[in-house]
Write a protein that binds this ligand. Structure first.
Ligand SMILES: C[S@@+](CC[C@H](N)C(=O)[O-])C[C@H]1O[C@@H](n2cnc3c(N)ncnc32)[C@H](O)[C@@H]1O
Length: 200
């Protein structure tokens, strides 16, 4: 199975323990963000994988929803979340799932966008924009390595500006110091605020 658009591509990697993207916890930039802005609201974690960040968001006062389409990832995330939060982890397709309510104050990105084939980036941007309230934010880790093969599929600078500029304003952009090996030196923490412009 070589198609990252299919759950089995990812499921088999979780089952074999071949998860080089997995941080094993919460990266420092996320901890700093939650310390600075523990304001709560509804957060969505798409392609949550093992779901290490779920508990941290909840502890910071957020109402967490996480989703992944690989059953083995969902099982791990439910275990990581613990009994009180396990039902906040949904098994489904981020692009198709009918979230209820379908508006979030925050969407947290880590290694989900770069897991998608580049042809799906516009759909990702539009889906994120659709699910965020105006003035809400997409925050997280973005991978800058312009490669033809993947996953992970990284960005060139011009590509991310062009992609997000339609619906978002970049309000923070800093290098990440504690990346796992596969992303080292090529990962940035960014905060993209949903604008009223280009509303879909
Ligand atoms: C590289 S992993 C990243 C997992 C996690 N975010 C992390 O930081 O460890 C990509 C994840 O996205 C999930 N995924 C890919 N396409 C998806 C989709 N359309 N809907 C839901 N999950 C998806 C995969 O199952 C996989 O768990």
């Amino acid at each position: 199975m070589d198609d990252p658009n299919q759950p089995e591509f990812w499921n088999s990697r979780y089952e074999k323990g071949e998860t080089p993207w997995d941080f094993g916890g919460a990266p420092a930039a996320l901890k700093a963000f939650l310390k600075a802005k523990p304001k709560g609201g509804r957060v969505l974690i798409p392609g949550c994988g093992a779901g290490h960040e779920i508990g941290l968001f909840a502890a910071a006062g957020y109402d967490v929803t996480a989703i992944d389409f690989a059953p083995a990832a969902v099982a791990r995330a439910r275990q990581a979340a613990g009994p009180a939060l396990a039902d906040r982890v949904l098994q489904g397709d981020f692009f198709q799932h009918e979230f209820a309510p379908a508006s979030f104050d925050l969407i947290y990105e880590r290694t989900f966008l770069c897991a998608l084939v580049p042809g799906r980036r516009t759909a990702y941007r539009d889906r994120v924009a659709q699910l965020l309230k105006h003035g809400a934010a997409l925050v997280g880790f973005f991978y800058y390595q312009n490669t033809v093969t993947g996953p992970p599929f990284g960005f060139a600078w011009s590509e991310s500006d062009e992609l997000f500029g339609r619906h978002f304003l970049l309000t923070k952009d800093i290098p990440v110091k504690d990346s796992v090996g596969v992303f080292a030196g090529r990962e940035r923490w960014q905060e993209q605020r949903r604008t009223a412009f280009g509303a879909s």
